[in-house]
Design a protein around this ligand. Structure first.
Ligand code: ADP
Length: 218
């Protein structure tokens, strides 16, 4: 995962600096250092962290201001800037001519819950979930003889996203549509279809949550 400073748990000294700036801002680095009986150089990393994380604002020749934002507000702002590009998985794709039997094998072998279906030109034509395959398995027909194109959810009813979309928008789509994942697509043939370039699922969003808790997001 990409790493940088963001909504962080502050050290005692950083909390102290925030308090000083809250009460006395605008205040220069020198003045903060004086109040803490430390050198300006010692404080420099703390001030850099607090500024980058959004707790403080710095203006040249004026000093530091308290932005008034709480950790939760900063976390919210941060989440609203994370895009699909940062949390995605490899798409697992089967051809529309594949059988339900082959799709089930692929789902087990690749250990995924959603398969995307493409035509011969690699254009997205469908989605297959675990329950789609289970439903097909309940019938009497041999699974080798049923093409996935008969049972898949098909275009234009597929919810998709692009690499630059916000993760939070994807999360809302997953909840509203009650699905587990979305294909990440790019336009082909001047918008007449989509090529699948990735996959984003509830698992990716769970790992974002863990990274946020561990302070390891972008
Ligand atoms: P499961 O069936 O394992 O609970 P989902 O909740 O993801 O998995 O799928 C529910 C239904 O929604 C299935 O019929 C599936 O084909 C369809 N589906 C899954 N993903 C999408 C998507 N991105 N767009 C449209 N339909 C989808």
């Amino acid at each position: 995962m990409l790493k940088a400073v963001e909504t962080i748990e502050l050290t005692n000294r950083q909390e102290h600096i925030v308090d000083i700036v809250k009460q006395n801002g605008p205040i220069t680095g020198e003045q903060i250092a004086e109040r803490l009986s430390l050198t300006r150089a010692t404080l420099r990393p703390d001030l850099a962290i607090l500024t980058m994380a959004g707790y403080l604002d710095a203006r040249p020749r004026v000093g530091y201001f308290y932005t008034g934002k709480t950790g939760t507000e900063l976390l919210g702002e941060k989440v609203k800037n994370i895009t699909v590009r940062h949390y995605q998985s490899r798409p697992i794709v089967v051809q529309e001519s594949s059988s339900v039997y082959d799709a089930i094998c692929t789902m087990f072998l690749e250990d995924v819950g959603t398969l995307f279906v493409t035509d011969k030109q690699t254009t997205l034509v469908g989605v297959l979930s675990r329950k789609d395959l289970l439903r097909a398995s309940l019938g009497k027909q041999a699974l080798e003889s049923i093409p996935v194109s008969i049972i898949m959810t098909r275009m234009p009813n597929i919810t998709v996203c692009k690499e630059d979309d916000l993760i939070i928008e994807v999360a809302k789509k997953l909840i509203n549509k009650q699905i587990d994942g979305l294909p990440i697509v790019q336009d082909v043939d001047y918008g007449s279809g989509y090529e699948v370039i990735g996959r984003i699922t509830k698992t990716n969003i769970t790992s974002l949550l863990v990274d946020l808790a561990n302070e390891e997001t972008i």
